[in-house]
Design a protein around this ligand. Structure first.
Ligand code: ADP
Length: 453
């Protein structure tokens, strides 16, 4: 039933609607309102027909039944006939209802629904016709009322008004029908204000949609550009670091050759210089390797899987077992819980943070590292806490930059790339990473991972 009704309404809308007006204009909604009116008025007119027939039979006004039937048939025709311009459908519709209103008023006078019909049709006309026709129905109502008054006065017509004498009948008719004209005028005055407001909202909505569309297009272009630049940069970093390996290998092997072949002829100073050169080349090789790792940090297999964090930590502990044994470190964990996500980058981030926690310790201090996992509304929060040397609060942001180190290589080895890689990976997974720390007391590195459905 629901589906059939929808289909029927859809059919009337498709038959009647012209495609002249944009959906964001009041005229479009006027047309749509009219098409809906047609779809409702047809079945409802059958409902009003039954009391109409009873009254017609009681008052011997059989012609009213014929008129009702003709009007219903005409309404059905304007609702279902294709290719009639919308304006003409509206004119015929108004004409038919006016005929009915006038006949009802003429036949039943003030005791019938005629005046009510005339008022209803004027409200419909104000809504469905263009703004410039807004006072047309007021004018027509006034004309009809005056004509009937004139006909009453000339005794060409006998309308049921109550009073017996003709003069009183005219006065009674005018007193009552003037209300119709006044009400039509009030509606003609007020309804357009509503439409003006509606048009303003529609216009600003249209402008906003247009602006949004333009912004979206711009954003799309910028996004493409950023992606292209990113790819270029990654490619550049990869090629540069990859191609730099070869000449570097040459420098260190020839330095080693020089040392091995001529160390007898070389004095201590020359040997020291060669040592510096080999050491520098070694560090540069490490930096290049890290740069390569950084450029590849986003290139993991994008497969979401269930990660058992407990066994992941066991794997990591296994990999770091040498360092753990060396430092007699204690590794603890709390609240571990399986989650859905990317295993490769998560493991890499945890490895980086845990090895830093083991590494940045005062010599002789037993490292105590705790890994927490906490479930929050939209994400998971991980924390790797240590009892190490801590980080100066003013440096806590810059340590995530590429090649940023806070210590000399003699103090603590490293290249300053681990946290940059971790940051890149966490952000690519949709989370963020930060640190809270107190110098001399330890650090807590936290990162979040959004929950994946
Ligand atoms: P690397 O360890 O290779 O130097 P990272 O990017 O991992 O590079 O770390 C950058 C700097 O941040 C380190 O040089 C160190 O000064 C500081 N840092 C990182 N982790 C810790 C930690 N757990 N405790 C104290 N300092 C840390």
């Amino acid at each position: 039933m629901g589906l059939n009704w929808k289909k029927y309404q859809e059919h009337i809308l498709q038959t009647c609607m012209d495609s002249y007006h944009a959906p964001l204009s009041v005229d479009y909604w006027r047309d749509r309102f009219f098409a809906y009116t047609l779809s409702y008025i047809l079945p409802l007119s059958f409902v009003t027909l039954i009391p109409g027939i009873i009254v017609s039979l009681q008052t011997d006004l059989i012609e009213l039944i014929y008129l009702d039937l003709i009007i219903i048939a005409a309404l059905a025709a304007i609702a279902h006939t294709p290719r009639i311009p919308m304006l003409w459908r509206k004119i015929i519709f108004s004409y038919l209802l006016y005929v009915l209103g006038i006949v009802l008023t003429g036949l039943l006078g003030l005791s019938g629904p005629g005046l009510m019909f005339l008022l209803a049709i004027s409200v419909f006309m104000i809504i469905i016709f263009p703004q410039r026709w807004v006072y047309l129905s007021t004018f027509l109502n006034a004309l009809i009322c005056l004509c009937i008054a004139l006909f009453l006065h000339l005794e060409w017509m006998d309308v049921e008004t109550g009073p017996d004498t003709d003069q009183l009948a005219v006065q009674a008719w005018l007193a009552i029908s003037v209300n119709l004209v006044v009400l039509s005028a009030i509606f003609a005055l007020l309804i357009p204000r509503l439409f003006a407001g509606l048009q303003m909202s529609l216009t600003s909505q249209g402008q906003l949609t247009e602006a949004l569309k333009k912004e979206k297009e711009k954003l799309q272009v910028s996004l493409k550009e950023v992606n292209r630049k990113n790819e270029e940069l990654e490619q550049f970093a990869y090629v540069a670091s990859h191609d730099l390996q070869e000449p570097l290998r040459m420098v260190s092997s020839f330095m080693k050759l020089l040392h091995d072949k001529y160390h007898m002829q070389l004095d201590e100073k020359a040997k020291k210089y060669i040592h510096f050169a080999i050491d520098g080349a070694g560090r540069m090789k490490q930096m290049i390797t890290d740069l390569l790792a950084y450029s590849r940090a986003g290139k993991w297999e994008k497969k979401i899987e269930t990660i058992d964090i407990e066994s992941l930590l066991e794997e990591i502990t296994q990999e770091l077992s040498l360092k753990i044994a060396e430092t007699q470190a204690v590794l603890e964990n709390k609240g571990l819980h399986p989650l859905l996500g990317y295993k490769t980058p998560l493991k890499q981030v945890l490895v980086n943070l845990i090895s830093n926690a083991l590494h940045y310790q005062l010599s002789g201090n037993k490292a105590h590292v705790i890994v927490y996992q906490q479930e929050r509304e939209d994400d998971w929060e991980f924390c790797v806490e240590d009892n190490g040397i801590g980080i100066d609060p003013s440096k806590q942001e810059e340590i995530f930059d590429v090649f940023k180190r806070l210590h000399h290589k003699e103090e603590y080895s490293g290249t300053g790339m681990g946290l940059a890689i971790s940051k890149k990976m966490v952000e690519l997974m949709g989370g963020r990473i930060w640190v809270t720390s107190e110098l001399g007391k330890g650090s807590a590195f936290r990162f979040t991972l959004p929950k994946v459905e």
